[in-house]
Design a protein around this ligand. Structure first.
Ligand code: NDP
Length: 270
């Protein structure tokens, strides 16, 4: 039987992960099976147990199960612990190990694909939900000059920042003073076509503004940032890079992401 992997979500039919992992496997001469797995909203633990019993080697986890995945793992990596959420499961019999590759994916996309150093940079992280929490430790590990956190609900940002040993400046939107070298939009505002209430002064001509969301068109955040002089980027590179990190975990080889990104976006990075 071929090794098999799944991405578990609800909904999950739209996921790009099967195509990305198939491309990684083909490029590395690996023959494995990777497909979507739609879990009932109230049946995530049972879905995971069934996959493990059937001999599944690993799974990615997407909306809305990342926190449930965190809670059911018997082992967690430090970055999954810091994130409070799991996006990658590795099965060893009934033992389920959890990791979170989202932050490493974001860092790889900024540093390697966009060519922007996080070390020494002033970084603004917008949002304090699961995605934001997942990227804080990997961002801090790059030794930025500063990391500022801003969120619509300020108390959530305070609570998130308090979970980390290293200093994180928590700010309100009104009090933000820029420009920043890197601005990451980790809110779900883009899903509603909205832009967080950022003052234009957070952007400058040397700013990289990255929206974790991706789609056929630039998001409202990307258009707003570009109109104030920033270079912009969406979350597709982060998606491909987090998948490469999961592939590394499962197969021991980090695939080349450039051909996959080129195929997903023939017009080049945005
Ligand atoms: P959560 O629901 O956990 O968090 C949502 C966050 O967005 C909260 O901080 C919330 O603030 C804020 N928010 C929502 N609407 C607005 C608004 N209109 N204005 C300002 N702030 C707003 O979502 P996630 O953290 O899981 O996901 C966030 C985004 O990241 C999604 O778009 C998701 O698709 C994307 N993502 C992309 C990945 C990739 O690989 N490219 C990986 C993971 C996520 P409050 O606390 O006040 O409610």
């Amino acid at each position: 039987m071929k090794d098999f992997y799944r991405v578990i979500g609800n909904p999950v039919g739209h996921s790009k992960s099967p195509g990305i992992h198939a491309a990684f496997a083909a490029a590395n001469g690996i023959d494995f099976d990777y497909a979507t797995c739609l879990s009932p909203l109230d049946g995530f633990a049972a879905t995971v147990a069934q996959l493990a019993a059937a001999g599944c080697k690993g799974a990615n986890v997407t909306v809305p199960f990342k926190i449930e995945a965190f809670n059911l793992c018997s082992r967690l990596t430090p970055r999954a612990q810091a994130a409070g959420a799991v996006n990658t499961l590795s099965f060893d019999g009934i033992d389920v190990a959890g990791d979170n590759t989202d932050g490493a994916g974001l860092v790889a996309d900024i540093v390697h694909n966009a060519g922007v150093a996080i070390a020494g940079a002033r970084v603004l992280l917008v949002g304090a939900g699961g995605a934001a929490r997942g990227v804080i430790l990997p961002l801090l590990d790059q030794r930025p000059a500063s990391l500022t956190l801003v969120n619509r609900t300020a108390a959530t940002a305070q609570a998130v920042a308090a979970q980390f040993d290293q200093p994180i400046a928590v700010c309100t939107f009104d009090a933000l003073a820029g420009p920043f070298d890197i601005v990451v939009n980790a809110t779900s505002a883009s899903l509603a076509g909205e832009v967080p209430p950022l003052p234009p002064s957070v952007f400058g001509p040397a700013t990289l503004a990255l929206d974790m969301m991706y789609g056929a068109e630039p998001t409202a955040f990307m258009r707003f940032a570009a109109s104030h002089g920033a270079s912009v980027r969406d979350g597709l590179g982060m998606l491909v890079e987090q998948a490469a990190e999961a592939f590394l975990l499962w197969r021991g080889v980090r695939p080349d992401t450039e051909p996959v990104l080129r195929e997903l976006r023939p017009a080049g990075p945005r």
